[in-house]
Design a protein around this ligand. Sequence first.
Ligand SMILES: [Zn+2]
Length: 68
Amino acid sequence: MANKKALRFLVSCRHCLRPIMTVAWSAGEILHLRQHLEKCAPHEVPADAASAEETVRHFRVIPVEGRA
Ligand SMILES: [Zn+2]
């Protein structure tokens, strides 16, 4: 088990290949990703706003070990 490691994720866009952010995952980040997708690949934005999975699959999410 990871004991106080802050697990963070490097998120990059599969469409433009740009790194978007490094985050600890939360609903707010999903919203941020949707906003990016709306600009970057409007036709790919999932219709269901609640569908985090459908949004996240347009991005590469790589776990990184952060230091608080
Ligand atoms: Zn993009």
